[in-house]
Design a protein around this ligand. Structure first.
Ligand code: C5P
Length: 226
């Protein structure tokens, strides 16, 4: 049965992976396909939310009925998140954000140096968007959700990351061969800052998205509610 349990809410979802340019033709990037974030946007819209999808380099069609903002870099994503989160009831950071970016952008293509020389690329830290929006909530009661990919000690590492980031929910994926990157399916545990621990079995990214919204609905107080 159709549910409209997110009606009256504005939710913000980031998806994809940031690209940090080195020069006009090269970037540092990652393998995030954006599929989990897009599934979150589609399912939230289906449940009645107004959805803003902040898409970082995902090669996927804009979902119907969703406001899509396309961004490239972590700095651009941060600006878009802060702007969209101002009146949001929930913010879900599904995007893979580059932790570092090249310290300088070369306005011309970086050339080979002699026969064997190679340039050194200096990196600087990117802002941690999830930690920042968790620490400075745009409005009281806003629910902030993060993602984490872990290879070992999934629950212990997830709990530590949840505390470190200061978010309300952390969706922890165990990174494995057939899981997560580019695949249609996912398996995860949703950890809550209230101690909740919700395992979600291997299945479609849409199903995980719906379980995440279930956890959000349980905690959210719509801004317009009296
Ligand atoms: O620290 P780590 O990259 O494992 O954390 C992943 C979570 O933090 C994801 O929700 C991601 O969107 C978010 N993140 C962020 N800004 C960064 C790095 C990660 O918002 N610079």
């Amino acid at each position: 049965a159709a549910t409209t349990d997110l009606a009256g809410t504005h939710v913000v979802v980031s998806a994809g992976g940031t690209r940090e340019p080195l020069d006009p033709v090269r970037f540092l990037g990652n393998r995030s396909s954006g599929k989990q974030g897009y599934a979150l946007a589609r399912t939230a819209a289906a449940r009645g939310a107004r959805v803003t999808l902040l898409s970082a380099n995902a090669e996927l069609p804009d979902p119907a009925g969703v406001d899509v903002v396309h961004v490239g870099t972590a700095v651009q994503l941060r600006e878009a998140v802060v702007k969209a989160a101002a009146d949001a009831d929930a913010v879900v950071m599904a995007a893979a954000v580059a932790d570092f970016r090249p310290a300088v952008y070369a306005p011309g293509k970086i050339k080979k140096q002699g026969d064997s020389g190679a340039p050194t690329v200096e990196l600087v830290r990117n802002p941690d968007i999830l930690a920042e929006i968790s620490a400075e909530r745009a409005r009281p009661g806003q629910i902030v959700v993060g993602f984490a990919a872990e290879t070992d000690d999934v629950l212990a590492n997830g709990r530590a990351k949840l505390a470190r980031k200061g978010c309300d929910l952390l969706v922890v994926n165990e990174v494995g061969e057939r899981k997560t990157f580019g695949s249609e399916e996912n398996e995860a545990v949703i950890l809550g800052s209230d101690g909740a621990e919700t395992p979600v079995p291997y299945g479609p990214k849409e199903a995980l998205a719906d379980r995440i919204w279930d956890e959000v609905v349980r905690r959210v107080t719509p801004a317009h509610a009296d």
